[in-house]
Design a protein around this ligand. Structure first.
Ligand SMILES: NC(=O)C1=CN([C@@H]2O[C@H](COP(=O)(O)OP(=O)(O)OC[C@H]3O[C@@H](n4cnc5c(N)ncnc54)[C@H](OP(=O)(O)O)[C@@H]3O)[C@@H](O)[C@H]2O)C=CC1
Ligand SMILES: O=C(O)[C@@H]1CCC=N1
Length: 285
């Protein structure tokens, strides 16, 4: 289904690059059918063109009528302007995906043509190596065929979860932002490893393999994390001592709070944007 589709990324930052890398690597969409444009940074477009063999083009050189799938990948604060600038260039059957945190399908629909097919998407930067956990929520006018096409496209960058849009904030807190929590954890584990006398390179490999191993145990053994944790923990042993320190220092609570704060921020972005739009409408009245 994807072989004949043309895709254009509007936004050329780190998330767009991670998705481009994953999609190119998966090889399901020919590179000459992948386009990327941005606000003004032409050097960045050249860089992506050279690195991935795709088409980095200035906005005025993007032929909107030749694109099947648009992927919006600018910051949420730029969404309003971006949507309004493409509105008249689209036909409702062209599919618009958005990876913007906190930007709802109804916000997109209100700011595009009546009946526009849109899908809200939340990937993460592990798209770059085909290991994203990506959520999809279709808008009101999206056909099953287009949802399947989007799913197939996003499966090339990892695992896809089709969820109700009301769950998108918590998904963002868990998976969109999630990689950052693990990197933060790794930064701190690395510091401890170095303090204990290991070199950086070895410490990094040890930590990465430990995290990969734990994640794969969850994926491959049909077992609850609590049971897996207990299996590591010998009575009065080293893990018990480590976990005790984690509990005393609020480790579990800190992780849960991180997820909730990120989810709340996603919600807040949605409501702030709605307020801004409403106040604009009031001014217009
Ligand atoms: N980073 C992440 O891990 C994740 C990010 N996201 C979402 O992805 C989006 C992008 O994030 P990220 O890549 O980190 O951001 P960046 O700041 O790295 O990139 C933003 C890009 O948007 C471009 N841009 C701004 N305005 C427009 C416009 N009107 N039309 C086209 N392009 C425009 C910028 O161009 P220029 O440089 O020329 O100004 C830049 O290329 C955000 O909405 C975020 O919520 C979602 C999941 C994970
Ligand atoms: O930090 C952010 O807002 C974006 C959305 C999810 C990950 N990065």
């Amino acid at each position: 289904m994807l072989k004949n589709k043309s895709i254009a990324f509007l936004g050329a930052g780190s998330m767009a690059e991670a998705m481009i890398a994953g999609i190119v690597n998966a090889g399901k969409v020919p590179t000459d059918q992948i386009f990327v444009t941005n606000n003004s940074n032409e050097k960045r477009l050249e860089e992506l063109t050279i690195k991935y063999g795709i088409n980095g083009v200035k906005r005025e050189n993007l032929h909107f009528n030749q694109i099947d799938i648009f992927i919006l990948a600018m910051k949420p604060k730029d969404a309003d302007r971006a949507l309004n600038s493409i509105k008249s260039l689209l036909t409702p059957n062209q599919l618009v995906l958005s990876v913007l945190a906190g930007i709802s399908t109804s916000f997109m629909e209100q700011n595009l043509q009546a009946g526009q097919q849109v899908i809200r998407v939340m990937p993460n930067t592990s798209s770059m190596i085909g290991e994203s956990a990506t959520a999809l929520s279709p808008g009101a006018h999206t056909t099953q065929t287009n949802l399947s096409i989007a799913k197939e496209l996003l499966e090339s960058i990892g695992e896809v979860f089709i969820i109700n849009e009301e769950k998108m904030d918590i998904f963002t807190g868990l998976a969109g932002s999630g990689p950052a929590y693990f990197y933060y954890l790794m930064e701190h584990m690395e510091k401890a490893g170095l303090k204990g006398g290991l070199d950086v390179e070895t410490t990094r490999k040890i930590i990465a393999q430990t995290i990969v191993g734990a994640a794969r145990m969850i994926q491959e053994q049909d077992e609850d994390p609590t049971v897996l944790r207990e299996n590591v923990t010998s009575p009065n042993g080293t893990t018990a001592a480590g976990l005790d320190a984690l509990r005393k220092n609020g480790g579990g609570k800190a992780i849960a709070e991180a997820v909730f704060h990120a989810a709340n921020r996603s919600k807040e972005i949605s409501s702030k944007l709605a307020e801004t739009i409403d106040s604009k409408k009031l001014k217009a009245i």
